[in-house]
Design a protein around this ligand. Structure first.
Ligand SMILES: Cc1cc2nc3c(=O)[nH]c(=O)nc-3n(C[C@H](O)[C@H](O)[C@H](O)COP(=O)(O)OP(=O)(O)OC[C@H]3O[C@@H](n4cnc5c(N)ncnc54)[C@H](O)[C@@H]3O)c2cc1C
Length: 416
């Protein structure tokens, strides 16, 4: 299962426990620690305005490469001459979600050198949050970047809370990374709370509906998470199947919302089986605006500059550098462990009156401030979709097919 989707496989498992035979269960818990997977049959879902999904409303198609490393993001340090470089890249499908926690780790390492000023390479979501965190720790910051925030790969993402989406493989990452992941996820979750309720909703929550023609129990776990043990990535670094991707959601089950099964007929969708959860998401333009505003108001400087090899960082006047080039580290830092995982989203005319997301037949839709976003997944691939694919050209047919699935989901929709 792709974790860009607002439902994770542990919740699916929790759901399948609860939905069998559509009996009413209250407080059905996942077997793991924490209580996030709370499934029960409940009543109506008010205020659902139909999504206007049609191909003539597509205003943009974006392609992005998730910067995936089997062992998890790179957060180690190295010396280039007299310059301390702190790496902060390779966050797979979780960069938005883990950004603050990862910045906290990187800035902590920078602070150990007691610098007055630091350089940040890159102005994607990782570079920008690192820069703001460094300022909050009292440092003067210059961002050196090839592109400003609005042109980075970051704004071509989905932008939902998906903190363990293709973040690592279970094997090379190991338990130590699990603990670090939890620290980053908890720190980020808390940090996002400061942006809730601000004008323009930079960070927001919305209900997410998962629709199905069949009871959720018949969606075997296999479809979402293929059986383990098939893979052999030792030689290539590439995962061989979805089951090799690490899954850490259970570690933060105490702070993340669970899901509910709606009583048949209580939701206006034609699909008979409906499950609802709530998930946090990020509105790129307003959230980016708040981050840039804080950075500039605190004296931050941005210099447009492209680096071609690591040695150039040692020429900067700042002797502490936080390195956040995202997928570009594959070339810049010759990091062959960095694997591209392609993903594509279609953006339709914004519908501010719609405030929810949908997932049906391998297509997800989410109404955001800057557009109705539709992302189609190929059946059966799960997290393997796009692995090793560095093609950044949009595939319009893929997006149109996804839009069509969402359009059909509203045939037979009951208004009022
Ligand atoms: C389809 C898709 C959906 C996603 N959905 C989600 C989601 O829902 N939730 C989530 O948490 N994550 C999601 N992600 C993952 C997330 O987008 C990434 O993890 C994140 O954007 C990585 O950010 P970054 O700042 O490291 O990289 P980038 O955004 O690529 O930024 C890199 C920066 O470095 C600069 N740079 C690069 N090379 C050089 C150079 N040589 N010299 C100078 N500057 C340079 C660039 O100009 C840019 O400013 C998704 C990704 C994809 C592809």
């Amino acid at each position: 299962m792709s974790f860009d989707r607002p439902f994770d496989r542990r919740r699916l498992l929790g759901h399948s426990l609860a939905a069998g035979g559509l009996v009413s269960l209250s407080g059905c818990m996942s077997p793991g620690r924490g209580a996030a997977v709370t499934s029960r049959i409940i009543g109506a879902s008010p205020g659902i305005v139909p999504m206007r999904a049609s191909v003539d409303r597509i205003i943009d198609i974006k392609v992005c490469l998730r910067p995936f490393r089997p062992q998890g993001p790179r957060l180690d340090t190295e010396m280039l001459g007299d310059t301390l470089v702190i790496h902060n890249y390779g966050h797979g499908g979780s960069g938005w979600s883990l950004s603050w926690g990862s910045a906290e780790v990187a800035v902590g390492k920078a602070a150990s050198a007691l610098p007055d000023r630091v350089a940040v390479v890159g102005c994607g979501i990782i570079g920008l949050t690192s820069a703001v965190m460094a300022q909050r720790a009292g440092m003067q910051v210059t961002i050196y970047t090839r592109e400003v925030f609005s042109r980075t790969r970051s704004v071509r993402a989905n932008g939902s809370w998906t903190p363990d989406s293709r973040i690592a493989l279970t094997q090379p990452a190991g338990e130590a990374f699990g603990a670090l992941w939890e620290r980053m996820a908890r720190f980020s979750w808390k940090s996002f709370r400061a942006y809730l309720g601000l004008p323009g909703n930079p960070v927001d929550f919305a209900d997410q509906y998962r629709l199905s023609d069949e009871p959720f129990t018949s969606h075997g776990e296999e479809e979402e998470a293929p059986p383990p043990g098939k893979g052999n990535y030792a030689s290539t670094g590439m995962p061989q199947d979805s089951s090799e991707f690490a899954s850490y959601g259970e570690r933060i089950a105490d702070i993340t919302p669970g899901h509910e099964v709606l009583a048949p007929g209580s939701a206006p969708f034609a699909a008979p089986y409906v499950r609802r959860s709530s998930n946090m998401f990020f509105n790129f333009s307003t959230y980016g605006h708040y981050l840039m505003q804080e950075f500039l108001e605190n004296g931050g400087k941005i210099e447009i500059r492209e680096f071609h090899e690591p040695g150039e960082l040692a020429q900067l006047k700042e002797k502490v550098v936080i390195n956040c080039p995202g997928y570009a580290a594959r070339d810049l830092w010759r990091d062959s462990k960095l694997i591209p995982v392609r993903g594509q989203t279609a953006w339709l005319i914004p519908q501010p009156e719609v405030h929810y997301g949908l997932y049906i037949n391998n297509v997800s839709a989410l109404s955001k401030a800057d557009g109705l976003m539709i992302q189609a997944f190929r059946p059966g691939l799960g997290d393997m979709e796009g692995v090793g694919d560095s093609n950044e050209l949009p595939d319009r047919a893929e997006s149109e097919a996804g839009v069509e699935v969402i359009r059909k989901a509203f045939m037979g929709f009951r208004i009022g």
